[in-house]
Design a protein around this ligand. Structure first.
Ligand code: NAD
Ligand code: WQD
Length: 353
């Protein structure tokens, strides 16, 4: 019986205290998996993991263990791998701020590349050769055609993007050298939203770089207005178009990817887009958020942000066909869940100052 054997499966989740990690860990626990998180809390807080435990309840929480550790530190990895045997790894841990990566390329190459290379080394050493890796639509650069299809040529626009591109290439080499490896690269488009309870969500440090957390902070009064970067793009309303995807859809995409890995001996190293296949403009997103929250979001029209593409959205065919997964939530759901999280937690996991 597959459900009882699945209960025995144990997953290492790196970066499990972060935005996508917390939502995925919750779905893993609910799916009957045992979960070990390793996170250095460089971009997250222990409270986020406590909230996952609250949502999972006491019984399922017994299946969750947390290690404070850094993937760049081999002693931390030795401890995590020697104490538990894992059936697979979901690897979220990494730095992700595009602008910061331009200013601090070495920090990004050090953290994302060294951390991941160490992780592969320990997975190999302990015979755990199944990996689900957080890649990104950033590997499509500024796509010449849309929707983005997985076999497009890859390119990157900044050091952050290059870490994802290089790590995809490294994984392909690792798998080629040892065909026992099974590796799935999930290329996320623009993750937004929060768990429907509003108990967990995204909590960026400092002033947000990304659209939805910025809108959220305007809505709760932490920031005065939204800068809309570019209103002269060749799009329906002049603003740029992205494929926003609900974080709970992403979480479920990881479960689908794990199932695929366990079921497919010869999967090799393969990439799947996780997006909705629908494009939404900045102004459409603002309007949807205003409708769901009942809050006015003042905007200021600004010049384009350097490096931004006009329109990016996913082809979802491959994930639908091979993973049996497709996004369930629409833009309204994303905005209402984001607002539920924001209004219950205007300062994220921190107490109101
Ligand atoms: P996040 O920052 O919320 O989560 C990443 C977690 O990894 C954090 O908790 C951080 O403390 C931890 N971490 C970072 N470096 C570490 C290290 N060396 N050792 C141990 N832990 C470390 O980010 P997220 O939005 O949840 O993103 C998760 C992954 O998905 C990242 O790899 C990111 O690049 C990728 N991704 C994110 C987006 C997005 O827009 N959120 C889009 C595409 C891809
Ligand atoms: C979306 C749109 C902005 C903020 C980034 C990374 C990408 C991936 C997802 C990790 C753009 C506009 C934004 C603001 C605005 N991350 N915007 N005002 O740039 O599509 O993707 O996150 O892998 O690699 O590059 O997302 O949310 O920053 O921007 O007008 O204050 O909103 O110009 O058109 P992006 P974003």
């Amino acid at each position: 019986d597959s459900s009882s054997s699945e209960q025995q499966q144990s997953i290492l989740v790196t970066g499990g205290a972060g935005f996508i990690g917390t939502h995925t860990v919750l779905q893993l626990l609910r799916g009957g998996f045992r979960v070990t998180i390793i996170d250095n809390l460089s971009n997250s807080v222990p409270e986020a993991v406590d909230r996952v435990r609250d949502l999972a309840g006491p019984a399922l929480s017994r299946n969750l263990q947390f290690y404070l550790g850094d993937l760049r530190n081999k002693e931390d990895l030795e401890k995590v791998f020697s104490e538990t045997r894992y059936d697979a790894v979901i690897h979220f841990a990494g730095l992700k701020a595009v602008g910061e990566s331009v200013a601090k390329p070495l920090l990004y190459y050090n953290n994302n590349l060294i951390g991941t290379i160490n992780l592969y080394e320990f997975m190999g050493k302990y015979g755990c050769k199944k990996m689900v890796f957080s890649s990104s639509a950033t590997v499509y650069g500024q796509p010449e055609k849309i929707p983005c299809v997985e076999d497009f040529e890859l390119r990157a626009m900044n050091p952050y993007g290059r870490t994802k591109l290089f790590l995809e290439e490294i994984a392909r080499d690792i798998q080629k050298a040892d065909p026992e490896w099974r590796i799935i690269h999930l290329r996320y488009f623009n993750p937004v939203g929060a768990h429907e309870t509003g108990h967990i969500g995204e909590d960026p440090k400092g002033i947000p770089n990304n659209l939805m957390p910025y809108i959220q902070q305007v809505a709760v009064g932490r920031l005065p207005e939204l800068n809309v970067y570019g209103y002269d793009y060749p799009t329906k309303d002049g603003t740029a178009i992205r494929d926003y995807i609900h974080v709970m859809d992403l979480a479920d995409g990881h479960i689908a990817a794990l199932r695929k890995l366990f079921a497919t001996e010869d999967i090799g190293c393969v990439a799947y887009n996780l997006g909705t296949g629908h494009g939404t403009s900045v102004l459409e997103m603002v309007a949807a958020f205003e409708k769901e929250s009942g809050k006015k979001i003042p905007i200021k029209l600004c010049p384009r942000r350097p490096g931004d593409a006009t329109a990016v959205y996913a082809s979802t065919e491959k994930a639908e066909k091979e993973l049996g997964w497709r996004a369930q939530y629409d833009i309204e759901d994303m905005c209402s869940d984001q607002w539920n999280w924001a209004s219950n937690n205007p300062y994220g996991y921190q107490p109101q100052p």
